[in-house]
Design a protein around this ligand. Structure first.
Ligand SMILES: *Cc1c(COP(=O)(O)O)cnc(C)c1O
Length: 436
């Protein structure tokens, strides 16, 4: 039974007369799955509420930040208190060091840190810093990894572009993309070959340590260690883009989970507790190349914004205090959801490959193992779209693209697991009916 979306439809039409596609970020438009996106009026805990009075179990958590659920009371209170003291100063305040201290407590590889306003800015700035520090131009990234929409990084960049079938983006000069080497993920030989082809010219490797932006893809045993060894050997920097994985896969992100010490790390999403915030940091010797200490310029009017710092502090404080309960709970709830649906699909004879690390996961509608972007692309996106629509009708809001990770937060409990599994049972029975 389709849920009424009359109000959402009207709001979408209105938005379309002001905003291209009615959205401020492309994947929100539901182009990959069809139908109208519900317009959200409010959210609390694990649930989103739309303009037509529908309630949805939220499985994308604002694309990652809402690990403690929506309107987490300590974060709401911290934001309100900060807002009453002005939304922005454009001058230094103690909140910046407060949040930086907590971040460094979680990420021992970060000796110095700078806050920015988005993950895109964090990655773009980390690349500039790596180039400035090494005096080299080339950057290695991996197919299907997304590091924000800066020109140099918008090459074979995963979900957003994959969903729309765009190889890169119009408007990126070939001269800019020329210095970006996009290689297959989980393939160390490709990295060795690139270093051999461009001796002394590769500034850095930037990688999603667990890929989320092509759907969830797990690093093969030894892969991240291999990247660390190869960058050391060739005098290049290793940048772990933990915008999605930071504070999610463990308190110390993927680097904490896998025991990898990068030169630089980029953060976003959870670090700002849902407010616009990102950060990049790493070895002090490298970070001190930034202005005002060094020659690499980077700046931001709203960087270190007091509201974002307050929301970040409230979020990280909770994660740090409750680390030993939060992460095991996230892991077990997510396992119940991911494996539960995988079992239902198997019973229904629908090929699904489930990739999961901690509280991020993807059901790929393919029978083949998914280890890189090429294998992710073998998924049946038509079946995915049908599944997405049926789940939405049943009250479960999955990320609206096959090439996005789903997220679980601490507000998801046994009730939510049971609700999701019963929705999936119905949705997958129907997905099969319409295939026969
Ligand atoms: C979301 C994301 C970004 C971009 O962050 P924005 O805040 O959307 O600019 C960069 N890298 C990764 C791994 C991400 O998941």
């Amino acid at each position: 039974m389709a849920r009424p979306l009359t109000q959402s439809r009207a709001l979408q039409l209105r938005a379309e007369s002001f905003l291209p596609g009615g959205v401020d970020s492309p994947v929100r438009a539901f182009r990959a799955v069809g139908g109208d996106p519900p317009f959200v009026t409010r959210a609390e805990g694990a649930y989103l509420y739309d303009a037509d009075g529908n309630k949805y179990l939220d499985m994308f958590g604002s694309w990652g930040p809402m690990i403690l659920g929506h309107a987490f009371p300590p974060a709401v209170e911290a934001i309100q208190q900060a807002a009453a003291k002005s939304a922005s100063f454009g001058a230094s305040h103690a909140g910046e060091a407060d949040l930086a201290e907590l971040v460094m407590q979680c990420f021992p590889s970060i000796e110095r840190l700078r806050f920015v306003s988005s993950g895109t800015e964090a990655c773009m700035s980390a690349i500039r810093l790596a180039r400035g520090y090494t005096g080299r131009n080339f950057v290695i990234k991996f197919e299907g990894c997304y590091h924000g929409h800066a020109d140099a990084l918008l090459v074979k960049a995963g979900s957003g572009v994959a969903t729309f079938g765009i190889p890169g983006s119009a408007g990126v000069p070939a001269e800019t993309a020329m210095h970006t080497l996009a290689l297959p993920y989980n393939d160390l030989d490709a990295v060795r070959a690139a270093f051999a082809l461009h001796p002394g010219a590769i500034a850095c490797i930037i990688v999603e340590p667990v890929v989320g932006n092509a759907g969830t893809i797990v690093p093969a045993a030894g892969y991240l260690e291999g990247l660390r060894t190869l960058t050391h050997e060739h005098g290049a920097l290793l940048i772990l883009d933990e915008v999605m994985t930071g504070f999610r896969l463990s308190l110390g992100g993927a680097q904490g989970l896998y025991g990898i010490r990068p030169d630089l790390t980029t953060l976003g999403k959870i670090v700002g507790g849902g407010l616009p915030c990102g950060a990049f940091g790493g070895r002090a010797e490298i970070m001190n190349y930034l202005a005002p200490l060094g020659p690499v310029y980077q700046a931001g009017t709203l960087s270190g914004n007091p509201l974002a710092m307050a929301a970040g502090v409230a979020t990280l404080q909770h994660l740090i205090e409750h680390e030993t309960s939060v992460y095991p709970q996230l892991d077990s709830v997510t396992a119940s959801i991911a494996n539960g649906v995988a079992a239902i699909a198997e019973e229904a004879g629908i090929p699904v490959t489930t990739n999961r690390v901690g509280s991020m996961f993807t059901w790929f509608f393919t029978g083949a193992p998914v280890t890189n972007f090429e294998s992710a692309a073998t998924s049946n996106t038509v079946t995915f779209a049908r599944f997405h629509r049926a789940m939405l009708d049943a009250g479960v809001w999955l990320p609206p693209s096959q090439y996005e990770a789903a997220f679980v937060g601490t507000a998801h409990g046994t009730e939510e697991v049971a609700f999701l599994l019963s929705a999936a049972r119905e949705a997958l029975a129907n997905a099969q009916d319409s295939e026969n």
